[in-house]
Design a protein around this ligand. Sequence first.
Ligand code: SF4
Length: 296
Amino acid sequence: MHDIWNPWHGCRKCSEGCQNCYMYFLDRMRNQDGSNIYRTKNGFRYPLQKNRQGKYKVQSGEMIRVCMTSDFFLEEADEWRPEAWDIIRQRPDVKFFLLTKRPERVAGCLPTDWGDGWDNVFFNVTCENQRRADERIPLLFQLPFKHKGIMTAPLIGAIDIEQYLQSGIIEQVLCGGENYDGSRPCHYDWVKKLSEQCCKYDVTFDFIETGSVFIKDGKTYRLPDKQLQAQQAFRSGLSHLGKPMQFHLVDDWGYEIPEENLYKPHYHPVTCRECGSRMTCNGCSDCGKCDSKASP
Ligand code: SF4
């Protein structure tokens, strides 16, 4: 399982959701500065790396989240992006999850052979509150992508997305509270409303984590542990598995890859059993890190 590709690192804060950016926080913990933007060295060509047997490390059918410590459409990355597009072009058998807070830049950043979109790219915008939902989702609708979704994280206000779900364009909604330094609270009622709207239109809704301050029935819960947050999100029962997304993944010759030849996620029997991300995650990598924490 390989789920993150960071071709560059560092970012500029651009909206309310960036206030307590986890990348800035984690960089601070390492005495680094998150506003220092650079192209990664070993990681840049990660989707093309092969193992000793000459096979790609990232397997056909896997979903890779791109630029999780930056923004794929950041202005400072304009000179590096064409090469990143070229890597995505070379792996039509892998799903690339793109997420941005800068959809207004996207049209000018697409490759010349983009056409009406590549089937292996799943494009998402972040909507942390109603203002950003109303600003970014209409832009998402106008852009030429085959697969479109919304990330309502960090959820810092109530959001009504029913008018957008009605269109049938949005295929998935992810949701989570805020973490780390200075977390703003996430309210159960906000998540429930999003869940109900997604259920109504049978769109997958994945409540991945509560955030470190969660308010339910007037009571404030503090959950510094992310594993506990994911467990509580799972136990809330608010996630909904909607219509499946259909990615037409092809091999180097352009032939569709049969379902049985695509990567199938598997899960840790204990730590993955009650995880908010389970519905949309790439599965367990068997790294062994959580075995020490797991208790049956
Ligand atoms: S866009 Fe994302 S990575 Fe960039 S500052 Fe905002 S929250 Fe951080």
